[in-house]
Design a protein around this ligand. Structure first.
Ligand code: KG4
Ligand code: ZN
Length: 365
């Protein structure tokens, strides 16, 4: 299918309700005509994490408004849309269901094709939306619920080189923030604290570097931080602001070091495939962290590989990535029907063995 395609995308798999319209003309590139994201940070603030039932109810309330706003901002109506793409998993099942039901309603009312998109594929394909990358490229997906290295061979073809065996890095950032009395989401708060901290003061571990391969682990790091915090509190009766900054800086440096070393290994495995235009890219909320991003850029450049990081708004959850993945699928003729179901778990690479702790929270990507 080589004509211009305009797709409406919906996303509701965690705590962001989103709708977007993306247009693609072969040879001329893609355009994000609109991207609406309604977050739920305040809704969950008192609970220290996302409450699935509250999230699902809020998605149901907000989806219609987001769709209307996305169409209006794009200055298109449903008659100019070629298909409806929706996140069909993995994620919090109530939210995913809300999105799938909304998309089915729109498809039934308009007769438009319905396309179920894997949320992780949305993240992993974003660099093609922003930078038109050629396959195969290497992506590090690093978010609140996931951490994995994938070789992206095609819109529906992914090979996982490794991933976390316990917590995802974003989850570790969130827990660290909680342990230190910082607000959620923890990533931006810990990054801000770390700016004035001394990363060398605490000797935090670099888990799994002693083992070959690209698997990662972050739960020990959080425990080490808890131990240091309790030691300081016992010794001094509390934490000084400088202690907190040093803990954040040490933690962030440890996460960055682990991601950097595992990226080196993933890059060497990827380069053994001799890709024509080698490229390494990051996706997911943690990719918004500037010190992690710049370290990964250095690692990539050292390996002689082009580094691409999507703009921050396309690293965190959004519906433009879902609309884009829908365009890629529609071009391959991959369309669903009214039997499309919502899936809480949905690995991208079904041939690799399941990761032990992959998405312990299982909700975010
Ligand atoms: O991709 P995302 O918006 O949602 C999913 O997890 O799918 O990522 C959210 C995660 C949260 O855990 C948040 O703390 C983390 O990304 N995050 C960051 C930063 N910004 C967001 N982690 C580290 N540094 C940041 N600047
Ligand atoms: Zn995500």
């Amino acid at each position: 299918m080589s004509k211009t395609l305009t797709i409406l995308g919906l996303e509701s798999s965690c705590d962001d309700t989103a709708a977007a319209v993306v247009r693609h003309t072969p040879g001329a590139g893609a355009q994000i005509l609109s991207s609406i994201v309604a977050g739920q940070t305040e809704l969950h603030a008192d609970f220290g994490g996302v409450v699935p039932e509250l999230a699902a109810r809020a998605h149901t309330e907000k989806l219609d408004h987001c769709v209307e706003a996305a169409l209006e901002q794009a200055s298109v109506d449903l008659k100019q849309i070629d298909a409806i793409a929706v996140t069909a998993g993995p994620g919090l099942i109530g939210g995913v269901l809300a999105g799938v039901m909304c998309a089915k309603g729109l498809a039934a009312a308009t007769g438009l094709p319905l396309i179920g998109v894997n949320h992780l594929a949305g993240h992993a394909l974003t660099p093609r939306l922003t930078d038109n990358l050629a396959f195969p490229y290497l992506v590090l997906l690093v978010s609140g619920g996931h951490c994995q290295f994938l070789i992206v061979n095609g819109p529906d073809s992914f090979r996982r080189l490794g991933g976390t065996i316990d917590d995802a890095p974003g989850e570790a950032f969130d827990k660290t923030a909680k342990l230190l009395g910082l607000p959620q989401p923890g990533g931006p708060a810990v990054e801000a604290e770390a700016r004035t901290g001394d990363a060398g003061r605490f000797a935090f571990p670099r888990p799994l570097l002693d083992r070959p391969g690209c698997d990662l682990s972050f739960s020990g790091l959080k425990t080490a931080l808890l131990r240091e915090r309790d030691r300081l509190v016992a010794a001094c009766g509390g934490l000084h602001l400088s202690d907190r900054a040093d803990l954040c800086a040490g933690f962030q440096a440890a996460v960055a070091d682990v991601l950097a070393e595992k990226s080196r290994r993933a890059l060497s495995e990827y380069l053994s495939l001799e890709p024509d235009e080698p490229c390494f890219t990051v996706a997911g909320g943690v990719a918004a962290n500037m010190s992690i991003r710049s370290l990964l850029e250095t690692v990539s450049e050292d390996a002689g590989v082009r580094f691409v990081a999507p703009p921050l708004a396309l690293c965190t959850d959004n519906a433009a990535m879902i609309a884009w993945a829908g365009i890629e699928r529609l071009r391959l003729g991959l369309v669903d029907d009214m039997t499309l179901s919502a899936r809480p778990r949905w690995p991208l690479d079904t041939t690799s063995p399941a990761l032990l702790g992959s998405g312990k929270k299982g909700a975010k990507a």
